[in-house]
Design a protein around this ligand. Structure first.
Ligand SMILES: Nc1nc2c(ncn2[C@@H]2O[C@H](COP(=O)(O)OP(=O)(O)OP(=O)(O)O)[C@@H](O)[C@H]2O)c(=O)[nH]1
Length: 678
């Protein structure tokens, strides 16, 4: 039940400052001196590119030998101390430029490369320091790319070129047929009821015919072998074997985000479930009962289990993600209780971004379901958002059914309405389960129903059984490490901590990793899952990581911890396939948006409208459309105000999804289809 982000005492409105919400965990009400404050302020200009640590001495030797081989015309300089530049016939100006470039390069690379290599690259790139640096690093990568292990013993199966299957589009209006959404072909989806996946091959999209802009993706393709063979080299034990050795007999972790319209009863439902399972002591519950009574909010006593802050309790609403853990027969379940109020959608997105599955809570009370569903409430928006963020298994708790005297008719009416909508939103019928319950009375939560009116018509599972039937998604443990940071905070000991979810790969205590986009090296000093220290964590785990070797002020929410060899792409310009939900003014070139990517929120704009697609088939309708209206599907280019870590959806699904919001409203969701070099 821990939460780190402190969002208390903030006044939220549609145009609130996102930096505040996603800033560091610093008490707002404490006065800070400028120097103290500086440590919590991120300044990109202070990045320290300590890339030298990734250039192993072997690689460097290989590089210099190779470079000498391929380029005999290169002057053979000695190391800098004894460097004589006279042979170069440089003007005084050029000599100064050369020396200054060498200094810059040394700042980044240290003394790991000989001056001859550096001078060669600087001259080759006409004293352009950045190009020279790129040249050096790319040469290094090329060297690695040419390296082939003798006989890789492990078959890495985790870098599939995923088949883009036809999956239902996410849209607010009815969509008869599915459109294209990429998905992992072999991942087990849905409840263990029936599975009717029918993967289709991806038809040509306009991006396949788009002009030859330099793309990181194509470069990445060239490095695929490097990306995965180097992992084989590093991790002698097959990651899957490691995973089953570590976790084999344990119950699997499952992360559930609890979503729904404000006051649907999410926190009460989860709080009561935890009490029934013995996760909350009777003493604590009694305390909550007494204290909530004192402020006239006794009906919220179960909600207090998850709504931990004073402001949440006084206001009777959830504001930030509440966490708690319990066990079912087969799983360790971590609940992420999301706020229902529209003002806190960014927090809800953060929770949904960490979840494997979702529990949608709807209020069955007459008039209440309708206001959450029909009248612009959050039921629809939350369901659309979680689906856009890749959640495809959903349980729907038809809650507060006690207020309708356990009416079967009301239950069926709600199920019917939701089924149609959820199908349009992209959920398969077989992946959605409806369960009648009451968070307040505890009916049908962990025990079979006891209300006679409910018993008359309901023979299905209780909420706990429904949760136990969720399938745990496949964990991509053998892919290169990617962990997106959703919190940065001071730990109890030395150093500082970052929290987030490992999307890909394995993280070990002691690992050297790269903090991106700033590309600083850091070491994993400590690792904890649910506040318990561990030596190893795998894809799918929510972890807190104590880092050393990097300054806290140089790390922000939205950053990614990356494998140091197979580095996460960093760019401010990418292509995405968007589904436009709801826009007051049609989207045109230059349209400004707030880009939500994992926990990151950045200003961005649509820089190019490339193609309008048929939302059912994905076929090209129009090249270079002038504007995009509601419910359209299009390929666009997006430019972010500064570089971010992003992946193509087909490479890393979780880092390949974006959400676009304007004035507190989600206007579009998209999949990253290409990434351009800045
Ligand atoms: N009658 C009845 N009331 C309920 C039930 N569940 C919750 N409530 C009441 O509904 C109100 C809101 O409950 P919460 O649990 O705070 O709702 P929530 O969805 O978590 O609210 P936010 O997170 O702020 O959106 C409280 O007064 C609860 O007592 C239920 O099953 N039956």
């Amino acid at each position: 039940m821990a939460r780190h982000r402190n969002i208390r005492n903030r006044s939220y409105s549609d145009d609130y400052d996102y930096e505040d919400v996603y800033g560091h965990s610093v008490e707002d009400d404490v006065c800070l001196s400028p120097s103290e404050a500086a440590q919590f302020l991120y300044d990109r200009s202070r990045n320290q590119h300590a890339i030298s640590q990734f250039l192993k001495s072997d690689d460097i030797l290989e590089e210099s030998e190779h470079d000498d081989d391929v380029d005999n015309t290169r002057p053979n300089f000695e190391r800098r101390e004894s460097m004589d530049l006279r042979g170069l016939n440089l003007s005084e100006d050029d000599e100064t430029k050369l020396m200054s470039c060498l200094d810059e390069l040394r700042n980044v690379l240290g003394d790991t490369l000989s001056d001859s290599i550096l001078v060669h690259e600087v001259l080759k790139h006409k004293f352009d320091y950045s190009k020279a640096l790129d040249g050096i690093l790319n040469n290094n990568k090329q060297e690695n790319a040419n390296f082939k292990p003798e006989k890789p013993k492990v078959v890495i199966d985790s870098a599939p070129i995923p088949i883009l299957e036809k999956a239902p589009i996410i849209s607010t209006i009815s969509v008869d047929k599915p459109i294209l959404i990429a998905s992992k072909p072999e991942a087990v989806k849905g409840f263990k009821i029936n599975d009717d996946t029918s993967p289709n091959s991806r038809p040509q999209t306009p991006r396949d015919q788009s002009p030859a802009v330099e793309r990181i993706s194509s470069r990445n393709d060239n490095f695929d072998e490097l990306r995965f063979t180097s992992k084989v080299k590093e991790n002698k034990v097959d990651p899957h074997t490691k995973f089953s050795n570590e976790r084999g007999s344990d119950k699997e972790y499952l992360y559930i985000v609890v979503i729904g319209h404000v006051d649907a009863g999410k926190s009460t439902l989860m709080g009561h479930l935890l009490c029934e399972l013995g996760e909350v002591s009777k003493r604590t519950l009694h305390k909550y009962e007494q204290e909530s009574k004192k402020i006239g909010k006794q009906s919220f006593m179960y909600a207090w289990v998850l709504d931990e802050t004073g402001e949440e309790r006084v206001r009777g609403i959830t504001m930030d993600i509440g966490r708690a853990q319990f066990e079912t027969k087969t799983k360790k379940v971590i609940i992420l209780d999301a706020p229902g109020h529209a003002d806190f959608i960014p927090n809800m997105i953060t929770g949904a971004g960490q979840a494997d599955v979702a529990l949608l809570v709807v209020d069955a009370t007459r008039g209440e379901f309708e206001s959450g569903f029909d009248l612009g409430g959050q039921t629809r928006e939350h369901a659309l958002l979680v689906r856009s963020l890749g959640v495809n298994q959903l349980a729907v708790a038809v809650n507060k059914l006690d207020t309708t005297n356990w009416s079967q008719e009301r239950f069926n009416e709600i199920v019917k309405k939701l089924k149609v909508f959820l199908k349009q939103a992209g959920f398969k019928d077989s992946d959605v389960t409806f369960v009648p319950c009451s968070g307040l009375t505890g009916e049908n939560l962990v025990k079979p129903p006891s209300e006679p009116e409910l018993l008359e018509w309901y023979k299905g599972p209780n909420l706990l059984e429904v949760i136990d039937k969720f399938n745990v998604p496949e964990r991509p443990v053998s892919k290169p490490l990617r962990m997106s940071i959703n919190d940065v905070f001071k730990g109890t000991g030395s150093g500082f901590c970052v929290a987030g979810r490992i999307e890909n790969g394995i993280l070990n205590k002691g690992d050297k990793i790269l903090v991106c986009p700033s590309k600083e090296t850091a070491e994993v000093r400590n690792l904890a899952i649910n506040e318990l220290s561990t030596n190893i964590a795998f894809a799918g785990d929510q972890v807190s990581v104590t880092l050393s070797g990097v300054e806290m002020q140089n790390v922000s929410v939205g950053y990614v911890l990356s494998d140091p060899v197979n580095i996460v792409p960093v760019t401010s310009h990418f292509e995405a396939r968007l589904v436009v939900f709801n826009v007051k003014v049609p989207i045109t070139k230059g349209y400004p948006v707030l880009l939500h990517h994992q926990s990151l929120v950045e200003s961005a704009h649509i820089s190019k409208l490339k193609a309008l697609l048929n939302k059912s088939t994905g076929e090209l309708l129009k090249k270079k459309p002038r504007c995009l209206g509601n419910n359209s599907v299009a390929v666009v280019d997006i430019k972010v105000c500064r570089p971010i870590c992003i992946e193509r959806y087909k490479d890393v699904k979780e880092l390949g999804r974006v959400m676009l919001r304007v004035s507190g409203v989600t206007i579009a969701a998209g999949l990253v289809t290409d990434i351009y070099v800045d």
